[in-house]
Write a protein of this length. Structure first.
Length: 309
């Protein structure tokens, strides 16, 4: 009988899609295929796409569905080895040195061996991901890799190729079982080919109208059907306007939730104006939608839905 706390990996593409669906993540065939292959081949999965399309959510869903811990490395400019991989507990090391000196111990090699041991090693996300205690590898999310620099990318090559980290004072630490690695990028800059070659790749796009409608149905069950259809049609239209930042799926869910909390049953200009801050995050985009562009979008949405019956 399978262990319910630790479900097995999916054995087919259809099982992979169903596994995600059970966690209310709607995946197309292409995403289901590349995710199944990444799990089967034990290769990192490199997900690229606009912010808010659900890249990070894939790692979270995998963690829940497979009953594995999620270890997240949130990338940012200036991220270094000490913050991402490991560092030594310097205060504890200094205390150990003083205690050794006070006790009359003068063997420098022994002192050095003691203070540069596992006891004083602080494991950051990368090393945690390679050190699964119970023999079950975690899901390791490297989120928004494009925010780091090329030097950190170069460091990751060893991690992604051999699932190991070399610590000068300790030697090489290799994962007993490779973690499930999900890498995301919003494409604010190009990531080097050497890193991409170590991964399977998938572009995560905005969902089509039917998918987005089903997402709202699952994530905001209190939103009535007519309002859900208007919300999705409106958001789909906004994404054709070449805004500074198109609304992602997360913003669509937030907007549907906000309108449901306000007991709205349909979109109107006043409602849109009052709640647009849950959907758009830049003032220039908001000003554009509160003007003639927004009026036209709402008219087009109503016409589209009326024509569809």
């Amino acid at each position: 009988m399978p262990d319910q706390a630790h479900p097995p990996l999916p054995s087919s593409i259809d099982e992979t899609i169903a596994m995600l669906g059970d966690q209310d993540y709607l995946a197309g065939r292409a995403l289901g295929t590349v995710l199944f292959l990444a799990l089967k081949m034990k290769r990192p999965l490199f997900l690229e796409g606009e912010a808010g399309v659900g890249k990070t959510e894939i790692a979270k869903v995998l963690s829940k569905a497979l009953g594995r811990p999620l270890i997240r490395l949130q990338c940012y400019e200036g991220l270094d080895i000490a913050s991402a991989v490991y560092e030594w507990n310097y205060p504890a090391q200094m205390l150990e040195i003083r205690l050794a000196e006070a006790s009359g111990l003068t063997d420098r090699d022994r002192i050095e061996s003691d203070i540069f041991s596992e006891r004083y090693l602080i494991r950051r996300p990368v090393l945690q991901a390679l050190s699964s205690a119970d023999g079950r590898a975690p899901v390791f999310l490297i989120d928004e890799l494009d925010r780091t620099d090329e030097a950190f990318e170069a460091f990751l090559l060893e991690v992604l190729s051999d699932f190991q980290v070399t610590i000068p004072e300790l030697g090489t630490i290799r994962a007993a079982e490779p973690p499930i690695v999900i890498i995301t990028t919003n494409r604010t800059r190009e990531v080097h080919d050497a890193l991409k070659r170590r991964c399977l790749y998938h572009w995560v796009d905005y969902p089509d109208a039917l998918q987005e409608l089903e997402i709202i149905r699952r994530k905001v069950p209190g939103c009535n059907a007519a309002l859900s259809a208007q919300i999705v049609a409106y958001v789909q239209q906004l994404r054709t306007l070449d805004l500074f930042k198109n609304p992602g799926v997360a913003e669509t869910i937030d907007w549907a939730t906000a309108l449901t909390e306000l007991d709205r049953l349909a979109l109107d200009p006043e409602t849109i104006s009052d709640t647009i801050g849950t959907l758009l995050k830049y003032q220039d985009d908001i000003a554009r939608i509160q003007g003639s562009d927004g009026t036209k979008v709402l008219e087009d949405v109503k016409s589209e839905l009326q024509a569809a019956g």
